[in-house]
Design a protein around this ligand. Structure first.
Ligand code: AGP
Length: 599
């Protein structure tokens, strides 16, 4: 997600800003920029790509100036390009802002400003903040910022400078922002990592607080203008610990970020029981949906098939992108081809998309990286707001892909005149809390992982919506612990794989209660009768399966359509802890890349 650094003090401002941006690179970004208050006014540099590109534009530094702000952008509105990169300025070049967050009433505010003659030049929601501050600035800079923020609905971590003012204004609602306290110098940043090179004295802003930061001091007020006393913290963490927010690995941090990822992906898309997606689809001519993807994204595609067919009368096919692209696929203008990709750069998926477009199919992307190649190639899309996923093993991106597919299924159902079922809408709202309940199982699952850390093979079994979860669980284990694992539809065992079962072949069952629960129980008996060791994910109310095995992971119940998300979390933890116990750095597993941009 975006990163912010601001500085006021005697050092070379551009060096401090560029150094701070480098410390924020781990957050993931696609462009960057900085603005310095110089004797000539506000001087701004922006670049697409890495910080090194921005550094080239700034040149050798030594720009005259005693304060500045800088930003790394993780695009949510508008493609990654220089116009959309922050800082954003007002038309007169007197106010510069950097923003981390989402402005939910952006369109209304943009219309309001346009009608007043303001010219909005970028595709971002953030730019309007600079115009609002300029509009309200008639004397008091802090008051102008406060007035602007009163109009904003949504989230912000914000830093603002003004060409005449020797101060930086910082404000926060929903996106973290800290002050770094130096001697005769002050810092503002999205997180501590950007200022730790200079100070360990930190003040954390709370929501709806505004800080006025000057060279020799600061004050904090709430948006009503009342002074707020703030505690100063002494940071003990190392830089590496901060980038992972205290988690040992990015993968573990991202497993724990899933509730927030779900909230961010649902934001603005479910209102008063209705699904709000901006898609240009003519359902009358839509004959079939084909979903193509790779790896984990292919697993979420399999779940998407169930969800879409259950909610619409449209047949859905799922295909590996690498197979689809070479099969001279029979698709045409009456088909919708959906491509799913976290990175938006996977070569096979991009090639499959181009093949579908060449054959006239309509295309839709479910992508996590805004402005990625695939995101720019599809005709329409539903962005997954998982935030940057650094760990090679996909976790939170899988979760929000399933959310996006469910939203699409419910949207199409709605377009056909059928309202989404109330229970599903309710369960979507409580899903973050239900995921948090599963996250508490991490230590319990680590105990299980210890028991199986030395096994050479594991089979994962599930039925219905839990079959793709079995495939996903097996992929997680094999790609980060290097233990061979296979996912199967549970009923398939008797058609061959059960020959593999003995005391050295543990079998992981996803056995939460749905229409096939009794069948799963029979499959468990079959495995037990052959000496196989059973691990089972079960509903916490289940009393029957604990008679068959002690290796139990209990999960809360939600609508069937959302159980794949609940059941995937124990799989992620199991794979993570097995790999960690084996001493593997699962953020960078051998032979793998986060984005497979080669064929
Ligand atoms: C999943 O844990 C793997 N990292 C891999 O299978 C991944 O899902 C696959 O390469 C597809 O990547 P994409 O979603 O970025 O297209």
């Amino acid at each position: 997600m975006c990163g912010i650094i601001g500085y006021i003090g005697p050092r070379d401002v551009s060096s401090v800003l560029l150094g701070g941006l480098k410390r924020l690179e781990y957050r993931g970004y696609d462009s960057a920029g900085l603005t310095i208050k110089s004797p000539e006014g506000l001087v701004t540099f922006k670049a697409v790509g890495k910080i090194a590109e921005l550094e080239k534009k700034v040149g050798g530094g030594n720009l005259k100036g005693d304060l500045g702000i800088a930003h790394t952008r993780w695009a949510t509105h508008g493609e990654p390009n220089e116009i959309n990169a922050h800082p954003h300025l007002d038309a007169k070049g007197e106010v510069a802002i950097v923003h981390n967050g989402i402005i939910e009433n952006y369109y209304a505010l943009k219309d309001f400003l346009t009608k007043e003659g303001f010219k909005i030049v970028s595709d971002t929601d953030s730019e309007i903040i600079a115009h609002l501050i300029q509009k309200f600035h008639n004397g008091s800079f802090p008051e102008a910022v406060a007035k602007a923020l009163e109009l904003i609905e949504g989230t912000f971590g914000l830093a603002v400078i003004q060409r005449e003012e020797n101060k930086i204004i910082a404000a926060r609602r929903g996106s973290p922002l800290v002050l770094g306290l130096g001697e005769g110098e002050m810092f503002i940043a999205s997180d501590v990592s950007a200022v730790l090179d200079y100070t360990k004295k930190i003040v954390y802003l709370n929501d709806d607080e505004l800080a006025i930061v000057e060279r020799d001091g600061y004050s904090v007020k709430n948006l009503k203008g009342e002074e707020v006393n703030k505690k100063v913290y002494e940071i003990k963490w190392t830089l590496d610990q901060i980038e992972k927010k205290g988690f040992k690995h990015f993968m573990l941090k991202e497993i724990f970020e899933q509730p927030e990822a779900v909230i961010n992906t649902l934001r603005g898309r479910v209102k008063e029981g209705k699904i709000k997606l901006s898609l240009d689809l003519d359902l009358n001519s839509l004959r079939r949906i084909v979903i193509v993807a790779c790896g984990t994204s292919w697993h979420s595609a399999l779940i998407g098939k169930y969800l879409l067919e259950k909610n619409t009368d449209i047949p859905v096919e799922v295909d590996y992108a690498s197979e689809f692209r070479y099969r001279d696929p029979l698709v045409n203008k009456n088909d919708l081809v959906i491509v799913i990709s976290q990175s938006g750069e996977t070569a096979d998926t991009l090639a499959a998309l181009k093949e579908a477009k060449a054959k006239g199919a309509k295309t839709l992307g479910i992508i996590n990286v805004v402005g990625s190649t695939i995101a720019r190639e599809v005709e329409m899309g539903i962005y997954s707001h998982a935030g940057p996923e650094i760990g090679v093993a996909s976790t939170k991106a899988f979760t929000v892909q399933v959310i996006d597919l469910l939203l699409l299924a419910l949207f199409l159902r709605q377009e056909k005149g059928l309202k989404p079922e109330k229970t599903i809408i309710n369960d979507l709202e409580v899903l973050p809390e239900k995921i948090k309940e599963v996250l508490k199982q991490s230590d319990n699952i680590r105990k299980l992982a210890k028991k199986f850390v030395n096994c050479k093979n594991i089979i994962y079994l599930g039925r219905g919506l839990n079959f793709p979860v079995a495939l996903e669980g097996a992929l997680k284990l094999k790609e980060i612990s290097y233990i061979h694992a296979e996912g199967y539809p549970a009923a398939e065992m008797k058609h061959g794989p059960i020959a593999l079962v003995d005391k050295n072949m543990p079998v992981m069952f996803i056995a939460t209660q749905d229409g096939t629960y009794e069948k799963i129980l029979s499959n468990m008996e079959e495995i037990k009768a052959r000496g196989g060791e059973i691990i089972a994910i079960i509903n916490k109310e289940d009393k029957r399966i604990s008679r068959l095995t002690d290796n139990i992971i209990k999960v809360p119940s939600v609508s069937n359509e959302l159980m794949p998300i609940i059941n995937a979390v124990p799989m992620q933890f199991f794979a993570y802890h097995v790999a960690d116990l084996k001493g593997i750095d699962m953020d960078k597993p051998r032979n793998l890349a986060k984005s497979v941009t080669v064929e």
